[in-house]
Design a protein around this ligand. Structure first.
Ligand code: ADP
Ligand code: MG
Length: 317
Protein backbone atom coordinates (compact mmCIF):
# COMPACT_ATOMS: atom_id res chain seq x y z
CA UNK A 1 0.00 0.00 0.00
CA UNK A 2 1.42 3.39 -0.90
CA UNK A 3 1.04 6.65 0.96
CA UNK A 4 -1.79 7.89 -1.29
CA UNK A 5 -4.02 4.84 -0.97
CA UNK A 6 -3.36 4.88 2.78
CA UNK A 7 -4.56 8.49 3.01
CA UNK A 8 -7.55 7.63 0.84
CA UNK A 9 -8.51 4.62 2.91
CA UNK A 10 -7.98 5.99 6.41
CA UNK A 11 -7.92 9.78 6.34
CA UNK A 12 -10.55 10.94 3.88
CA UNK A 13 -13.63 10.37 5.97
CA UNK A 14 -13.88 13.27 8.42
CA UNK A 15 -16.00 15.67 6.46
CA UNK A 16 -18.51 17.16 8.86
CA UNK A 17 -18.20 20.80 9.75
CA UNK A 18 -20.34 23.90 9.92
CA UNK A 19 -17.68 25.50 7.72
CA UNK A 20 -16.86 23.21 4.73
CA UNK A 21 -13.42 23.90 3.22
CA UNK A 22 -13.31 25.19 -0.33
CA UNK A 23 -10.68 22.52 -1.13
CA UNK A 24 -9.54 19.77 1.17
CA UNK A 25 -7.46 16.58 0.86
CA UNK A 26 -6.05 15.91 -2.59
CA UNK A 27 -4.39 19.13 -3.71
CA UNK A 28 -1.01 20.45 -2.62
CA UNK A 29 -2.70 22.42 0.12
CA UNK A 30 -6.20 22.97 1.45
CA UNK A 31 -8.20 26.18 1.01
CA UNK A 32 -10.68 27.60 3.48
CA UNK A 33 -12.78 30.71 3.05
CA UNK A 34 -13.83 32.20 6.38
CA UNK A 35 -17.12 34.07 6.69
CA UNK A 36 -16.78 37.83 6.48
CA UNK A 37 -16.09 39.33 9.89
CA UNK A 38 -14.97 36.10 11.54
CA UNK A 39 -11.48 35.41 12.88
CA UNK A 40 -9.57 32.16 12.58
CA UNK A 41 -8.09 30.62 15.73
CA UNK A 42 -5.23 28.15 15.21
CA UNK A 43 -3.56 25.65 17.46
CA UNK A 44 -1.28 22.64 17.16
CA UNK A 45 -0.35 19.79 19.47
CA UNK A 46 1.94 16.81 19.06
CA UNK A 47 1.58 13.47 20.80
CA UNK A 48 4.71 11.33 20.92
CA UNK A 49 4.70 7.76 22.11
CA UNK A 50 6.16 7.38 25.60
CA UNK A 51 6.19 11.14 26.14
CA UNK A 52 2.50 12.04 25.84
CA UNK A 53 1.01 8.58 26.09
CA UNK A 54 2.26 5.28 27.50
CA UNK A 55 3.47 2.73 24.92
CA UNK A 56 0.54 0.37 25.48
CA UNK A 57 -2.08 3.06 24.67
CA UNK A 58 -4.61 1.85 22.08
CA UNK A 59 -4.93 3.39 18.60
CA UNK A 60 -8.45 4.47 19.54
CA UNK A 61 -7.29 6.36 22.61
CA UNK A 62 -4.37 7.98 20.78
CA UNK A 63 -6.67 9.28 18.05
CA UNK A 64 -9.18 10.49 20.61
CA UNK A 65 -6.59 12.33 22.66
CA UNK A 66 -4.70 13.81 19.71
CA UNK A 67 -7.83 15.52 18.45
CA UNK A 68 -9.35 16.28 21.87
CA UNK A 69 -6.33 18.23 23.15
CA UNK A 70 -6.46 20.48 20.09
CA UNK A 71 -10.22 20.90 20.37
CA UNK A 72 -9.71 21.81 24.02
CA UNK A 73 -7.47 24.71 22.97
CA UNK A 74 -10.18 25.95 20.63
CA UNK A 75 -12.80 25.68 23.39
CA UNK A 76 -10.48 27.64 25.69
CA UNK A 77 -10.41 30.50 23.17
CA UNK A 78 -14.18 30.54 22.89
CA UNK A 79 -13.91 29.33 19.28
CA UNK A 80 -16.00 26.92 17.23
CA UNK A 81 -14.19 23.96 15.63
CA UNK A 82 -13.87 24.10 11.85
CA UNK A 83 -10.88 22.30 10.28
CA UNK A 84 -7.82 20.26 11.14
CA UNK A 85 -4.61 18.97 9.56
CA UNK A 86 -3.08 15.66 10.62
CA UNK A 87 0.61 14.82 10.40
CA UNK A 88 1.22 11.21 11.28
CA UNK A 89 4.45 9.30 11.49
CA UNK A 90 4.07 5.51 11.63
CA UNK A 91 6.69 2.81 12.19
CA UNK A 92 4.79 0.43 9.85
CA UNK A 93 1.48 0.03 8.00
CA UNK A 94 -0.63 -1.95 10.44
CA UNK A 95 -4.19 -2.08 9.07
CA UNK A 96 -5.83 -3.08 12.34
CA UNK A 97 -4.15 -0.17 14.10
CA UNK A 98 -4.91 2.28 11.29
CA UNK A 99 -8.57 1.23 11.10
CA UNK A 100 -9.04 1.70 14.84
CA UNK A 101 -7.22 5.05 14.70
CA UNK A 102 -9.25 6.22 11.71
CA UNK A 103 -12.60 5.13 13.23
CA UNK A 104 -11.89 6.91 16.52
CA UNK A 105 -10.65 10.02 14.73
CA UNK A 106 -13.83 10.14 12.66
CA UNK A 107 -16.00 9.59 15.71
CA UNK A 108 -14.40 12.55 17.52
CA UNK A 109 -14.26 14.74 14.42
CA UNK A 110 -17.94 14.20 13.61
CA UNK A 111 -18.99 14.73 17.20
CA UNK A 112 -17.36 18.16 17.29
CA UNK A 113 -17.99 18.95 13.62
CA UNK A 114 -14.40 19.47 12.56
CA UNK A 115 -13.26 18.59 9.04
CA UNK A 116 -9.94 16.88 8.21
CA UNK A 117 -8.66 18.93 5.29
CA UNK A 118 -5.10 17.66 4.82
CA UNK A 119 -1.91 16.59 6.44
CA UNK A 120 1.23 14.60 6.01
CA UNK A 121 2.05 10.90 6.29
CA UNK A 122 5.48 9.47 6.80
CA UNK A 123 7.39 6.52 8.20
CA UNK A 124 9.12 6.84 11.56
CA UNK A 125 8.57 6.54 15.29
CA UNK A 126 4.89 6.85 16.24
CA UNK A 127 4.01 10.52 16.51
CA UNK A 128 0.84 12.45 15.78
CA UNK A 129 0.59 16.16 15.23
CA UNK A 130 -2.72 17.87 14.72
CA UNK A 131 -3.17 21.47 13.70
CA UNK A 132 -6.72 22.64 14.34
CA UNK A 133 -8.43 25.82 13.23
CA UNK A 134 -11.52 27.28 14.80
CA UNK A 135 -13.73 30.25 14.07
CA UNK A 136 -14.80 33.11 16.33
CA UNK A 137 -17.59 35.43 15.24
CA UNK A 138 -17.39 37.76 18.19
CA UNK A 139 -14.50 38.18 20.58
CA UNK A 140 -12.07 35.39 21.45
CA UNK A 141 -11.41 34.80 25.16
CA UNK A 142 -7.75 35.46 25.90
CA UNK A 143 -5.55 34.71 28.90
CA UNK A 144 -4.90 38.38 29.39
CA UNK A 145 -8.30 39.76 30.35
CA UNK A 146 -8.64 38.89 34.05
CA UNK A 147 -9.15 41.82 36.42
CA UNK A 148 -8.88 42.22 40.17
CA UNK A 149 -12.18 41.19 41.75
CA UNK A 150 -13.09 38.69 39.03
CA UNK A 151 -14.12 35.29 40.36
CA UNK A 152 -12.25 32.15 39.26
CA UNK A 153 -14.05 29.02 38.09
CA UNK A 154 -13.22 25.56 36.77
CA UNK A 155 -15.50 23.30 34.74
CA UNK A 156 -14.96 19.94 36.42
CA UNK A 157 -12.98 17.56 38.61
CA UNK A 158 -9.21 17.91 38.66
CA UNK A 159 -6.74 15.10 39.17
CA UNK A 160 -8.50 12.15 37.58
CA UNK A 161 -6.13 11.95 34.62
CA UNK A 162 -3.05 12.19 36.83
CA UNK A 163 -4.38 9.41 39.04
CA UNK A 164 -5.00 7.36 35.88
CA UNK A 165 -1.39 7.85 34.79
CA UNK A 166 -0.04 7.00 38.24
CA UNK A 167 -2.13 3.85 38.22
CA UNK A 168 -0.87 2.81 34.78
CA UNK A 169 2.66 3.38 36.06
CA UNK A 170 1.90 1.20 39.11
CA UNK A 171 2.57 4.08 41.48
CA UNK A 172 -0.72 3.52 43.26
CA UNK A 173 -3.62 1.13 43.34
CA UNK A 174 -7.19 2.31 42.85
CA UNK A 175 -10.50 0.55 43.31
CA UNK A 176 -11.40 -1.01 39.98
CA UNK A 177 -14.31 1.12 38.75
CA UNK A 178 -12.58 4.33 39.90
CA UNK A 179 -9.38 3.13 38.23
CA UNK A 180 -11.28 2.74 34.98
CA UNK A 181 -12.76 6.23 35.33
CA UNK A 182 -9.29 7.72 35.88
CA UNK A 183 -7.81 5.93 32.87
CA UNK A 184 -10.67 7.09 30.66
CA UNK A 185 -10.05 10.67 31.87
CA UNK A 186 -6.38 10.33 30.95
CA UNK A 187 -6.90 8.80 27.52
CA UNK A 188 -10.17 10.30 26.41
CA UNK A 189 -10.44 13.92 27.60
CA UNK A 190 -13.63 15.76 26.68
CA UNK A 191 -13.21 19.18 25.07
CA UNK A 192 -15.45 21.56 27.00
CA UNK A 193 -17.40 23.21 24.18
CA UNK A 194 -20.74 22.83 25.89
CA UNK A 195 -19.67 25.05 28.75
CA UNK A 196 -17.40 27.27 26.65
CA UNK A 197 -20.38 28.22 24.46
CA UNK A 198 -22.31 29.43 27.49
CA UNK A 199 -19.59 31.17 29.47
CA UNK A 200 -17.49 32.72 26.70
CA UNK A 201 -19.73 35.81 26.65
CA UNK A 202 -19.06 36.36 30.37
CA UNK A 203 -15.44 35.27 30.74
CA UNK A 204 -12.68 37.87 30.93
CA UNK A 205 -9.99 35.19 30.58
CA UNK A 206 -9.85 31.45 30.02
CA UNK A 207 -7.33 28.59 29.70
CA UNK A 208 -7.63 24.85 29.35
CA UNK A 209 -5.94 22.83 32.08
CA UNK A 210 -3.32 20.75 30.30
CA UNK A 211 -0.36 21.19 32.67
CA UNK A 212 -2.07 21.53 36.05
CA UNK A 213 -4.30 24.12 37.74
CA UNK A 214 -1.61 26.15 39.53
CA UNK A 215 0.69 26.23 36.55
CA UNK A 216 -2.03 27.05 34.03
CA UNK A 217 -3.70 29.64 36.26
CA UNK A 218 -0.28 31.33 36.54
CA UNK A 219 -0.41 31.89 32.78
CA UNK A 220 -3.65 33.81 33.18
CA UNK A 221 -2.26 35.76 36.13
CA UNK A 222 1.00 36.64 34.38
CA UNK A 223 -0.71 37.73 31.19
CA UNK A 224 -3.39 39.64 33.07
CA UNK A 225 -0.82 41.13 35.47
CA UNK A 226 -2.64 40.18 38.62
CA UNK A 227 -2.69 37.55 41.39
CA UNK A 228 -5.21 35.16 42.90
CA UNK A 229 -6.52 33.46 46.01
CA UNK A 230 -7.80 29.90 45.80
CA UNK A 231 -9.90 27.92 48.29
CA UNK A 232 -8.79 24.31 48.42
CA UNK A 233 -12.11 22.94 49.68
CA UNK A 234 -13.92 24.51 46.71
CA UNK A 235 -11.70 22.89 44.09
CA UNK A 236 -13.54 19.87 42.69
CA UNK A 237 -11.45 16.73 43.01
CA UNK A 238 -12.08 13.02 43.52
CA UNK A 239 -12.63 11.77 47.09
CA UNK A 240 -9.47 9.66 46.81
CA UNK A 241 -7.31 12.79 46.63
CA UNK A 242 -8.94 14.38 49.69
CA UNK A 243 -8.89 11.17 51.74
CA UNK A 244 -5.23 10.48 50.99
CA UNK A 245 -4.31 14.19 51.08
CA UNK A 246 -2.52 13.86 47.73
CA UNK A 247 -3.59 17.29 46.51
CA UNK A 248 -0.74 17.50 44.02
CA UNK A 249 -2.76 15.30 41.68
CA UNK A 250 -5.45 17.98 41.51
CA UNK A 251 -3.27 21.09 41.75
CA UNK A 252 -0.01 20.30 40.00
CA UNK A 253 -0.73 17.51 37.52
CA UNK A 254 -1.79 17.80 33.94
CA UNK A 255 -4.08 16.30 31.36
CA UNK A 256 -7.45 17.22 32.87
CA UNK A 257 -8.52 19.44 29.96
CA UNK A 258 -11.13 21.18 32.07
CA UNK A 259 -11.40 24.94 31.56
CA UNK A 260 -10.36 27.56 34.11
CA UNK A 261 -11.90 31.01 33.59
CA UNK A 262 -12.57 34.33 35.29
CA UNK A 263 -15.84 36.25 35.42
CA UNK A 264 -16.56 39.75 36.80
CA UNK A 265 -18.71 39.63 39.93
CA UNK A 266 -21.64 41.62 38.41
CA UNK A 267 -22.07 39.04 35.59
CA UNK A 268 -22.10 35.93 37.77
CA UNK A 269 -25.84 35.77 38.48
CA UNK A 270 -26.68 36.03 34.78
CA UNK A 271 -24.07 33.40 33.92
CA UNK A 272 -25.44 31.05 36.57
CA UNK A 273 -28.98 31.41 35.23
CA UNK A 274 -27.84 30.54 31.73
CA UNK A 275 -25.75 27.61 32.99
CA UNK A 276 -28.82 26.31 34.81
CA UNK A 277 -30.90 26.45 31.64
CA UNK A 278 -28.22 24.31 29.94
CA UNK A 279 -27.89 22.07 33.00
CA UNK A 280 -24.16 22.79 33.27
CA UNK A 281 -22.28 22.97 36.54
CA UNK A 282 -19.14 25.05 37.14
CA UNK A 283 -17.13 25.42 40.33
CA UNK A 284 -16.19 28.71 41.97
CA UNK A 285 -12.66 28.16 43.30
CA UNK A 286 -11.21 31.59 44.01
CA UNK A 287 -10.82 35.26 43.30
CA UNK A 288 -8.46 37.43 41.27
CA UNK A 289 -6.34 39.66 43.51
CA UNK A 290 -3.69 42.28 42.87
CA UNK A 291 -0.69 40.00 43.10
CA UNK A 292 0.72 36.67 44.27
CA UNK A 293 -0.99 33.30 44.34
CA UNK A 294 -2.29 32.11 47.71
CA UNK A 295 -4.01 28.89 48.60
CA UNK A 296 -6.37 28.84 51.59
CA UNK A 297 -8.03 25.79 53.05
CA UNK A 298 -11.46 27.44 52.67
CA UNK A 299 -13.31 30.69 51.98
CA UNK A 300 -12.79 32.02 55.51
CA UNK A 301 -9.12 32.51 54.54
CA UNK A 302 -8.12 31.54 58.09
CA UNK A 303 -5.66 28.84 57.13
CA UNK A 304 -3.10 29.57 54.44
CA UNK A 305 -1.50 26.55 52.79
CA UNK A 306 1.89 26.13 51.23
CA UNK A 307 2.00 26.10 47.45
CA UNK A 308 4.95 23.82 47.18
CA UNK A 309 5.97 21.02 44.86
CA UNK A 310 6.16 20.94 41.11
CA UNK A 311 4.86 23.63 38.84
CA UNK A 312 3.01 21.35 36.44
CA UNK A 313 4.44 19.44 33.54
CA UNK A 314 7.21 21.20 31.67
CA UNK A 315 9.15 19.39 28.94
CA UNK A 316 12.43 21.17 29.52
CA UNK A 317 11.98 22.02 33.18
P1 ADP B 1 2.68 16.92 -0.82
O1 ADP B 1 3.67 15.92 -1.27
O2 ADP B 1 2.23 17.86 -1.90
O3 ADP B 1 3.02 17.60 0.46
P2 ADP B 1 1.28 14.71 0.21
O4 ADP B 1 1.63 13.67 -0.77
O5 ADP B 1 1.99 14.75 1.50
O6 ADP B 1 1.33 16.11 -0.52
O7 ADP B 1 -0.28 14.63 0.50
C1 ADP B 1 -1.23 14.49 -0.53
C2 ADP B 1 -2.56 15.03 -0.04
O8 ADP B 1 -3.01 14.24 1.05
C3 ADP B 1 -2.49 16.46 0.47
O9 ADP B 1 -3.72 17.08 0.17
C4 ADP B 1 -2.33 16.29 1.96
O10 ADP B 1 -2.82 17.39 2.66
C5 ADP B 1 -3.15 15.03 2.21
N1 ADP B 1 -2.65 14.24 3.36
C6 ADP B 1 -1.43 13.69 3.53
N2 ADP B 1 -1.36 13.01 4.71
C7 ADP B 1 -2.57 13.14 5.30
C8 ADP B 1 -3.14 12.71 6.52
N3 ADP B 1 -2.45 11.95 7.41
N4 ADP B 1 -4.42 13.04 6.78
C9 ADP B 1 -5.11 13.80 5.92
N5 ADP B 1 -4.65 14.26 4.76
C10 ADP B 1 -3.39 13.94 4.44
MG1 MG C 1 2.52 18.92 -3.21
Amino acid sequence: MNEFSLIDQYFSNCNHTRYPATHSIGDDAAIVTPEFGSSLVMTMDTLIEDVHFPIQTSAKDIAHKALAVNLSDLAAMGAEPAWFLLSISLPEVNHTWLQAFSDALKQQADLYQIQLIGGDTCKGALSITIQATGVVQNRPVLRSGAEVGDQIFVTGQLGLAALGLASIQNKLELESSFDKQCRVSLNCPIPQFKVSRVIRQFATSMIDLSDGLLSDLQHILQQSQCGAELFLDQIPMPKYIVEHKVYDYALNSGDDYELCFTVPQPLIEEMKLLLKVHEIKVFHIGEVMEKGLSLYSDKTRKMKLDIHASKGYNHFG
